[in-house]
Write a protein that binds this ligand. Sequence first.
Ligand code: PSV
Ligand code: MN
Length: 427
Amino acid sequence: MVISKEQIASSNDGQLKKHQSKFDVLRDQLEEKNIDVAYVIDTLRTFQIAIPSWALGTGGTRFGRFPNGGEPVNLEEKMYDIGLLHALNRSSGAISLHIPWDIPEDAAGIRQLADELNLRFDAVNSNTFQDQADQKYSYRYGSLCHTDKAVRDQAIAHNLEVAKYGEELGTNILSIWLSDGAIFPGQHNMRRALQRTEDSLSQIYKGLSEEFEMLIEYKPFEPAFYATVIPDWGTSFLLANKLGKKANTLVDLGHHLPNTNIEQIISTLLAENKLGGFHFNDSKYADDDLTTGSMHPYELFLIFYELVEGLQNQNRSLQDLSWMIDASHNIKDPLEDLLQSVEAIQLALAQALTVDDKKLSDAQQNNDPTIAQEVLQDAFRTDLRPLLAEARLQDDAALDPIAAYRALNVRGALIDERGEDSVATGL
Ligand code: PSV
Ligand code: MN
């Protein structure tokens, strides 16, 4: 299924008048505050968030899974699903693959389909946290950290193979998340496990061409419940620094212990020029992988403020980093969940772009936390949704993506096309 511009336009028709009056009020309000509305809209229109190929089906927990039907069963169908999202919001124009779940057998054909759907390929992800049927050695006791060199070599070769698939698709970003670690105290020597991991990563690093970027993702626990080898940003940063300029840290919002100040991590990584990418989701307790912005929208805004301010300070652009949603959709329709996540991310970006920087920095200079809070919360509490709708309208996307998705009965059409029982691969 594809959604045409005409279908979008007719779904917008009935809402245009209402949108225009809401947008006019907001624009006046923002211009009174000397905000360059056209610049904010342009930034929103340019900003694209990659959708992972493994997030298009219903997720689940170890207790069960409740699929919605019509799930994509191969890479092409997954790309069509992302094409639907992108037609609705024009902000999801990128796809991130996980190998071996989505090996592009016919890279030229896949690239052509991506062009047709206006998608580009973002980071490619390796998987050494599961065993595959045709695999010689098991990752039961780790991959890049394994005590046995043969297992490490197999995992190194896998990562280089993933990078090769990426190259064939026109991306030069390899994203690595390792589940390597110990479930029990004493299970492994933590120092040696880290040293072996560093050595394996440096072999992967050396095998990547100069243009490649390696993203190192950290996570405190799960599935290793005692000691994950790369548990935090400090360890990822340490490894990325040792490896060299092609290696950077990737921050997944769900990969922190409760109450960690993620925006401060971002500020430090940006200052050190070592922030490479982002995985968006939200959580109440741990790596809950909930819809972005569904739990902590204020935190998301503060994170974006650090990103926007930090990048501006270095004359860098948002496009220098990789942005991806990494969520699991337990009960919602995955496509609706992804539309909501993209909207929440764009909203946090817009809020960050409308902070009165001068006033905030004066308040900081004058040690005035009251005014600092007023400035931040003024941006956060201004309803910027009409601005997002306007950015979409200018891109021929839907004023209200969820409403259009439902009006077009997309899930029903996908069920008709693929069946009630089609289930996507992934997590
Ligand atoms: C791990 O929880 C993680 O966030 C990593 O990004 C993986 O690549 C992804 O989930 C799915 O495997
Ligand atoms: Mn992640």
